[in-house]
Design a protein around this ligand. Structure first.
Ligand code: HEC
Length: 156
């Protein structure tokens, strides 16, 4: 049992190191405690967020999210998507199927000064590329809002 635990710890350390080496963004620890949006339902099957998702905003990002200005370095957003489950005629979150992260980093010029990263439901990097897989929509929909698409007015 002890051995199994230490192997898990080693795996976690190696995983983090590999992510850092590739210049990727790690899934922020404790994001579940950040400010959380109401459930956001998207019934368009062609949408990336088909399902029910929640957006989490950290303290650094919240000020700009409210005022609409540019975001300071280090600002973070996490969005967690679930499938849609019907329960007594209501749409409720089913299985978690995707986690995405945006972290402000001025050095990331190609993607509007943000690092975009995707994760599997259990928090492993899903190999998506910020420029290829993410930035297009954010550039198109929110160039004037520092590439943050959702609005604080719809948050809660
Ligand atoms: C097909 C278009 C599209 C693509 C591609 C896309 N997004 Fe988004 N993203 C959106 C939309 C629309 C929202 C706003 C959702 C809402 O209002 O609830 C959003 C919101 C977000 C948010 C919450 C902050 C914000 O901008 O409101 C994060 C974090 C995010 N996306 C990360 C990513 C990552 C990482 C990728 C690539 C893996 C990605 N997105 C690719 C359309 C897209």
């Amino acid at each position: 049992m002890k051995k199994a635990i230490s192997l898990m710890v080693l795996g976690a350390i190696l995983g983090v190191t590999a992510a850092a080496a590739a210049g990727q963004t790690a899934l922020p620890k404790g994001y579940e405690k950040w400010d959380k949006s109401k459930a956001r339902i998207d019934t368009d099957k062609k949408s990336l967020f088909y399902g029910i998702h929640y957006i989490y905003v950290d303290k650094k990002a919240m000020k700009s999210y409210k005022s609409g200005g540019a975001y300071p370095d280090g600002s973070r957003f996490v969005a967690v998507n679930y499938s849609i489950k019907e329960e007594n005629g209501n749409k409720v979150p089913g299985k978690k199927n995707m986690i995405v992260v945006m972290q402000k980093d001025r050095k990331e010029q190609q993607t509007g000064g943000w690092r975009f990263a995707g994760f599997t439901p259990d928090g492993k990097p899903s190999g998506l590329d910020g420029k290829r897989d993410c930035f297009g929509c954010h550039e198109k929909d929110a160039k004037g809002r520092d590439y943050v698409i959702s609005r604080y007015a719809d948050f809660k």
